[in-house]
Design a binder for this molecule. Structure first.
Ligand SMILES: [Fe+2]
Ligand SMILES: [Fe+2]
Length: 201
């Protein structure tokens, strides 16, 4: 027997067999199916949120009076994203395939609204966070069956931050930006579409 055919060598190969080959197949409706879909869309959403705030800060810069509160919201989004990063790894769930789209679209949305002015940037935040609040509320209802208390706790925690972001934006004249109803409706529709797609692929 050569070195490459030794029992030790075979053991090593078995150890690195990709996890998905050794796991039982997923069945529709099982817990991993549900939490996998939740983690995938929430991870994408938090990534998109972080990119929106990055886009706003790139335009608004550090000296504008809104900069500290946008940085504060961005830091909270990073905490949310890091948690979902960790949960994806721990649960062996996969990220959405349209991550690159979130990367570009999130930054573009943040930058474009900030270019319209600080009130438009706040209108963007209010619209996005309103949709995320609604989305997290629906997930809390789904997880009310006790199937995943840890995930539910994180979502409830983050939802409180998102509601705070929305309220901060509304308190900083989001609704007085010109064309607010149309801008808000467009952004909210975009968020709902992105959420629907990222729950599936
Ligand atoms: Fe968030
Ligand atoms: Fe947020």
């Amino acid at each position: 027997m050569t070195e490459h055919q030794s029992p030790e060598r075979l053991q090593t190969v078995a150890d690195v067999t990709p996890a998905h080959r050794t796991r039982p197949p997923r069945l529709p409706g099982d817990r991993r199916e549900k939490t996998g879909s939740i983690l995938m869309v929430d991870h994408a959403g938090e990534y998109g949120a972080a990119r929106i705030y990055a886009g706003q800060l790139a335009v608004i810069g550090d000296r504008h009076s809104h900069a500290p509160l946008i940085r504060h919201m961005a830091a909270q989004e990073r905490r949310h994203l890091e948690t979902f990063d960790r949960l994806l790894l721990e649960r062996r769930a996969r990220p959405t395939l349209i991550g690159p789209l979130w990367h570009a679209a999130g930054f573009a949305l943040g930058a474009a609204t900030a270019l319209l002015g600080p009130r438009a940037a706040m209108a963007c935040t209010a619209a996005v966070e309103e949709e995320i609040d609604r989305h997290y509320g629906a997930q809390l209802d789904v997880l009310a069956d006790g199937s995943d208390p840890e995930l539910r706790e994180h979502i409830a925690d983050f939802r409180a931050d998102e509601a705070e972001h929305r309220d901060t934006a509304l308190a900083h004249d989001a609704e007085s930006t010109p064309g607010y109803p149309i801008l808000s409706a467009l952004i909210r529709a975009g968020c709902r579409a992105a959420i629907a797609v990222s729950s599936r692929i």
